[in-house]
Design a protein around this ligand. Structure first.
Ligand code: NA7
Length: 482
């Protein structure tokens, strides 16, 4: 994972008190064990139906209940419906010409087999180099295969600086966990990094800037982005300074001049940080290995899939295995691809065709008592996931308690409130460099999806305060009491 211990974990005392992490950035096996641990100490499984897909949900205005249907033929009824359906759930498989003609093994990264795949001596192609592609490439490059990575936009990956954690150091730092977790809620991105003494990059001398950049780079993880000057996402010249520093650092790790120019070109071709920077271990050294071929899809575009592999404008690349690390219909896909009906019989898919409308990133007009977490128009992927979710879940619990106390049967956000929430996000976005990027933050990784900022830009601390304030007098909500 790309968020470090202990911040990307539940702040619930029972969950951390009896748990020890092995690594600063835990791998998937450790995360699975952590989930099992949380299940055990919080006794969660007893309330869950596993391997069940919700296919439809409708609200009945007479009974004031949601009716939820599943692919197993089950029906459930609920007074409150919480959509905790995730941000990266609906896979994106681009409509490559001839894809079905390919006869080798083809898999999307989200369907990665649980048992490690044997790739020794195989020809493996990987399309995509987001967070997933980077991890797959740096891992498979060491496993004795002939690897080809197809790169459209190079990743501006940052050094992770993975390390093992000792029991002793965790025991000692647990003395500070409560205040550390509490402080994440008042930060911009859900990590309690030191704040930069000078708000703008232009307030620092070039020497001060370089000193800070090197210090943050050496600390690893998201220090370089989250702990740095904040104007790189608004100011093109500041952004260029970030990019140039990054490119120099990365280029020094690649000996092959052609590969170097594809993955870290001297000339800036994208705004740094407007696509999610991934954390890497030895990605650039891996790309440099002789068993790894780098194909620039900008220089030699993909033409089609054929029986034996992938044809670009240069040649046919033959493969035994092709991995599509091509991402997700992120942020909204799990909600729009389900038949989720409002009180007028319109699906969320239809309602959001020309733009997402939520109030507070937590509720949707004409959908009474429906709540979302890790959701569109909330800080979600712009902040550390766990405090985002905890803030939202606490808000929902406060809402339900307040409804019971005040004898309210249903709350529904007014359209005007959602419209204002949406407008604020989009107008803030106009002052950022995100508007230039075809990223999943902007919905523009999916053909036909409305291009707009899908996430709240005001920071986690402000989001926490603003959502709480809305509860005072039920600002923006219609109430049903009988
Ligand atoms: P991402 O970050 O959406 O990355 C998808 C990658 O696939 C990215 O490099 C894309 O290039 C590439 N892609 C997508 N479609 C195509 C086509 N048609 N041709 C060539 N290349 C393509 O998904 P991930 O799974 O890596 O990560 C998702 C998030 O999960 C991650 O950020 C973390 O928050 C967790 P592009 O950049 O569009 O040129």
């Amino acid at each position: 994972m790309d968020s470090e211990v202990p911040f990307y974990a539940l702040s619930i005392t029972e969950a951390w008190k009896t748990w020890k992490w092995a690594e600063r950035f835990p791998g998937h096996e450790e995360i699975r064990r952590y989930f099992q641990h949380c299940d055990k100490v919080l006794d969660l499984s007893k309330d869950a139906f596993f391997n069940t897909i919700v296919t439809e949900a409708r609200y009945d205005v007479d009974s004031l209940k949601w009716t939820i249907k599943t692919n197993t033929g089950g029906t459930a009824y609920a007074t409150y419906l919480i959509m905790a359906t995730g941000s990266s759930y609906k896979t994106h498989i681009p409509g490559f010409e001839g894809l079905s003609n390919y006869k080798g093994i083809l898999l999307h990264s989200s369907a990665w087999p649980k048992e490690q795949m044997n790739v020794i001596g195989k020809r493996v192609g990987v399309i995509g180099n987001g967070a997933t592609g980077v991890q797959i490439v740096q891992t498979l490059a060491q496993e004795g295969c002939e690897l080809t990575t197809f790169i459209r936009t190079p990743n501006v990956a940052l050094p992770m600086r993975q390390r093992q954690l000792t029991d002793d150091e965790q025991n000692v730092s647990k003395g500070f966990y409560e205040s550390l977790y509490a402080s994440t809620r008042n930060t911009i991105a859900g990590f309690p990094f030191n704040s930069v003494k000078k708000a703008s990059i232009w307030d620092a001398t070039p020497e001060e800037r370089l000193e800070l950049f090197n210090e943050l780079w050496d600390r690893g993880g998201f220090n370089f982005t989250v702990g740095n000057f904040r104007d790189y996402l608004r100011d093109k010249k500041a952004n260029a300074i970030f990019y140039d520093f990054w490119a120099q650092k990365v280029r020094a790790r690649i000996t092959d001049p052609w590969k170097r120019d594809v993955v870290a070109p001297l000339e800036q071709t994208q705004y740094f940080g407007t696509k999610r920077p991934s954390l890497e271990r030895d990605y650039y050294e891996a790309l440099d290995q002789p068993n790894v071929t780098v194909v620039s899809l900008k220089k030699t575009p993909l033409v089609r899939f054929e029986e034996n592999g992938i044809r670009t404008t240069e040649k046919l690349h033959e493969f035994d295995i092709v991995v599509l690390a091509t991402g997700f219909n992120a942020v909204t896909g799990s909600l729009t691809e389900m038949d989720l009906y409002d009180t007028e019989g319109r699906t969320v898919r239809d309602k959001w065709r020309d733009g997402v409308y939520t109030y507070l990133g937590l509720t949707i007009p004409k959908m009474p008592n429906l709540f979302m977490v890790y959701s569109p128009q909330a800080p979600t992927a712009f902040a550390n996931g766990t405090p985002v979710i905890e803030i939202q879940i606490d808000w929902i619990a406060d809402v339900i308690t307040k409804m019971r106390e005040e004898n309210i049967r249903a709350i529904t956000p007014r359209f005007e409130a959602a419209d204002e929430w949406r407008s604020n996000i989009q107008s803030m976005n106009q002052n950022t460099l995100h508007i230039y990027s075809d990223s999943w933050y902007m919905g523009s990784n999916i053909p036909g999806k409305k291009r707009e900022q899908l996430l709240y830009l005001g920071g986690l601390g402000t989001y926490n305060r603003v959502t709480k304030e809305a509860l005072d007098g039920w600002k923006g909500f219609e109430l049903t009491r009988t």
